[in-house]
Design a protein around this ligand. Sequence first.
Ligand SMILES: N[C@@H](CCC(=O)N[C@@H](CS)C(=O)NCC(=O)O)C(=O)O
Length: 210
Amino acid sequence: MRLYVTPASPWVRRVVVSILELGIRDRFEFVQTRWPHAWGTRTVVPHPGFMAETPVARIPALVTADFTLADSHSICDYLNGEFGAFRLLARDGAARWYALATMSVAGGIIEAQISRRAELLRSEHERSNDFIGKMRERQLRCFEALEKQVAAFGAEFDLAQITTAVACGYEDWRYGTDWRAGAPKLATWFDAASQRPSMRTTLPAETPQS
Ligand SMILES: N[C@@H](CCC(=O)N[C@@H](CS)C(=O)NCC(=O)O)C(=O)O
């Protein structure tokens, strides 16, 4: 199976950490993509053949022998059900809904992080500082909400924890450590989670532009 990736994308990292946690790395070919900064406002071609495989033209995208999954949610669902025996996310019941509740907040952070990034890539004249401020406020508010949930995190590094750790990691890397003041317990949890091999080998780095 082919997985389109970049080292900067938190959505990609969420999938790759899941793959590493499940111990199924050898089943995937990781295809690196390139994203000129124009991606924030224009259609770019990050890899030859990419657009033909996914009309959404975003990463991650997983191409299997039978179908293409064009976002991290469907890919993680596939990994969890096909290869994970539902270890990353309960198939049903209360455990599933609590995990989804955490994940929806952590995912809200990642969406805001990426929207803010795209806005920051616009020229100073085009950029909306109000929009950037709104995304930043959402990020900080959601980190404070996760601070209240971290005590209930279980022993398993499941998809809710993976998504949370990826959001924390991207924030540290791209926007700095302001979030830590409002979420000290979450920051301590994240520092420990960062020591896992799956997190250490997927540290964010700038995506090649050309
Ligand atoms: N909801 C999607 C979001 C994917 C996404 O926004 N990917 C970004 C990279 S982090 C992307 O490919 N952006 C390029 C674009 O929007 O043109 C997911 O879960 O995979």
